[in-house]
Design a protein. Structure first.
Lengths: 371, 118
């Protein structure tokens, strides 16, 4: 078979390897959201859905919910713009899935039987981080279109709030990332992760959170605002504007926004792990021990990465997954801990606090690195 | 090299196909029982008054304008960030002047009250 055919198979396998866990975790997060909030509010949470005698602590609920949403009436209001109303949930869900194709979920590995090393990353773009910003900002279109096409006052208000909020915090998000780029000197995701394995001092790895503490806080807050979840959930503040931009959505169209929200939680968690928590690296394990040490130019995908044996590769993939899930749970905890901001507070936090701090962070980081 | 973009292209195709399956599933699997009240815009049960397509606060527009300015600034910062070490103090001072100008811009916008929401 020609080599491009192998390339296609390789890429297809990796896409499945990313999307299946991503959507499974998103489904589990809908369960976790209800169980974790129940725990915090001294309730039991979902526990009724069952298959025969098995309820599995409510784990059947995500499956039951999916089936239910598919068989619900799909109501499109008379005054809505039919085409845009249908396009909006696609524009909300697709970008959040696409973003994951540049986040490395493992090192480059040597698998026995396959001649060349394989990078555990769907697409190793040289402008990886820029790609993430480009695609994730497309999510604004989904929200804005949903609000506009619904032709409902609450939807429009929610969409306006959401767009302005996402615009504002995207700036902070970008500036916080600039600090990380200055330190590691690359926008290629695989390089950003690989460079976090170098020792800092006292056996600590040079993880982003240690070399860019302020950048981490800024990135985290801005990303929470991008998620539009509590404490930044003014766009869908149910006590003020019903459900914001998704008021007029029902059935699986609504489900798509819902799934997108939880996929975005995992995307954010994956991004935080890749930029600030050493990606797939296992703390305490000397990278020189796990990786074979010599860097190899990997055909089609990468330009010189240290490669690992398949056993280590598997272990590091698990480490990445575990870190992402821990991140997910922490983000859920934040979502259920803090009350909602007022809209003017959201905006002044972004423009008057975080933006100047982010500019300062870039300057200070630059000065320290160049010294 | 464009080859890494094969992964991106496939990911985009699969993601859009997946979203389309969700949407089509929703359209074809669900029951249909339309009635005039159900198709009204949802406004907490009261009859909808007036049009939705009316004026909204100019602040949202202002934020969008400011976003363009500052987002372009970040795009200019990225190349410097990647090469910060190699460019040394010369690059840093040039960048610092650039950031300072935008900082002044932010201060001006702030002073003129464009960031106030009442």
């Amino acid at each position: 078979m020609p080599s491009w055919w192998w390339l296609l198979i390789e890429v297809l396998v990796k896409v499945v390897l990313v999307l299946v866990p991503l959507l499974t975790v998103a489904a589990l997060l809908t369960w976790d959201e209800r169980k974790q909030s129940a725990l915090m509010q001294d309730r039991l949470g979902p526990n009724r859905a069952n298959i025969g005698p098995f309820t599995l602590w409510g784990l059947i609920h995500p499956i039951a919910d999916t089936l239910k949403l598919f068989f619900k009436e799909d109501i499109v209001p008379d005054r809505a713009d039919k085409l845009l109303h249908a396009l909006a949930p696609i524009l909300a869900l697709a970008p959040s899935l696409i973003v994951y194709c540049v986040i490395p979920f493992g090192p480059a590995v040597q698998i026995p039987g396959i001649g060349r090393p394989i990078a555990l990353q769907v697409a190793d773009l040289d402008a990886g981080l820029l790609f993430i910003f480009a695609i994730s900002s497309l999510a604004v279109f989904g929200v804005a279109l949903a609000g506009w096409a619904s032709n409902n006052k609450f939807s429009l208000l929610g969409a306006l709030r959401a767009s302005a909020q996402m615009f504002s915090y995207e700036i902070v998000l970008g500036l916080a990332a600039v600090g990380v780029i200055v330190v590691f000197g690359s926008v290629r995701m695989s390089e950003l992760v690989a460079r976090q394995a170098t020792p800092l001092w006292g056996g600590l790895p040079s993880w982003g959170i240690l070399v860019q503490p302020l950048g981490f806080v800024l990135f985290m807050v801005a990303a929470l605002a991008e998620l539009k979840r509590s404490p930044f959930d003014v766009p869908e503040g149910e006590s003020e504007i019903v459900a914001g931009f998704w008021t007029e959505y029902s059935g699986m169209r609504w489900g798509m926004f819902y799934v997108a929200e939880f996929v975005e939680v995992s995307v954010l968690s994956g991004l935080l792990v890749a930029l600030f928590f050493g990606g797939y690296h296992i703390p305490g394990v000397d990278p020189g021990w796990a990786l074979t040490g010599h860097t190899v130019a990997i055909p089609f995908t990468s330009h010189g990465l240290a490669i690992a044996g398949w056993g280590w590769g598997l272990l590091m993939m698990l480490a990445f997954g575990l870190k992402v899930i821990v991140g997910d749970v922490v983000l859920q905890q934040i979502r259920w801990t803090f009350p909602r901001f007022r809209y003017d507070q959201v905006m002044s936090l972004g423009w008057k606090m975080l933006l100047p701090l982010a500019l300062l962070n870039v300057l200070v980081t630059g000065a320290i690195v160049i010294r | 090299m464009l080859v890494p973009y094969a992964g991106v292209a496939l990911m985009i195709a699969v993601a859009i196909a997946l979203a389309a399956v969700f949407l089509l599933g929703s359209i074809y699997l669900g029951p249909r029982a339309p009635n005039p009240v159900k198709s009204e815009p949802w406004e907490c049960g009261t009859v909808s008054v007036g049009s939705v397509r009316r004026r909204f606060s100019v602040r949202f527009y202002l934020i969008a304008l400011l976003f363009v300015v500052f987002d372009v600034e970040i795009v200019f910062l990225f190349p410097w960030a990647v090469l910060a070490r190699e460019l040394g103090w010369a690059g840093f001072s040039a960048m610092a002047v650039f950031v300072a100008v935008l900082g002044l811009g932010l201060a001006y916008v702030w002073k003129r009250g464009a960031l106030e929401w009442e």
